[in-house]
Design a binder for this molecule. Structure first.
Ligand SMILES: [Zn+2]
Ligand SMILES: [Zn+2]
Length: 170
């Protein structure tokens, strides 16, 4: 059984809370050697500023059912994000989204720290401008390019470092 199957095998858009508990256990084994202590996982419909949040005493992970209902595919990543916080706490490492967080985040396969951010605003707000140093064309992108890209107008057929697009976040 794959880990995501736990989250997806459900008629409602969101997995029920007992499935969340199973997902937590599966992720705990897969990425944390089963070392994380048990956390209670609950939905909180009034939580709208972030998709997920964590408390340590008592151990509790809350997921925003209102934000995640529109993005059920984000449930696993949101949970995993909170579990990275749980792992930092367990190992008495600095909390927050610092270096240790990012290192562990990459280890568990999370692409960005933004899973704890409001899903809606993350979608609407993040913008990147790609600009060509030669012809000055500017392109608006919702995602930062995964690798270096060059200007398609100045160098249509192949990558050309001399017209590599500069990327800045809006
Ligand atoms: Zn976080
Ligand atoms: Zn150009």
């Amino acid at each position: 059984m794959s880990i995501t199957a736990v989250a997806l095998e459900s008629a409602s858009p969101l997995p029920c809370e007992s499935d969340l508990q199973l997902l937590f256990s599966a992720l705990n084994v897969a990425h944390f050697g089963g070392m994380l202590p048990g956390y209670r996982i609950v939905y909180n419909a009034r939580l709208t500023s972030v998709a997920g949040r964590i408390a340590y005493k008592p151990p509790l992970i809350e997921l925003s059912s209102s934000l995640l209902a529109a993005h059920p595919d984000h449930v696993e990543a949101t949970m995993l994000h909170e579990m990275v916080h749980a792992w930092l706490h367990l190992n008495r490492l600095p909390s927050g989204h610092g270096m240790q967080f990012k290192r562990k985040m990459r280890e568990v396969g999370l692409g960005s720290i933004y899973h704890s951010m409001p899903v809606g605003s993350r979608r609407s707000r993040r913008r990147y401008v790609l600009s060509c140093p030669r012809c000055k064309v500017e392109l608006l992108r919702r995602q930062r390019p995964g690798s270096a890209v060059s200007c398609a107008r100045c160098s249509p057929s192949r990558f050309n470092r001399r017209v590599q697009m500069a990327v800045r976040e809006l």
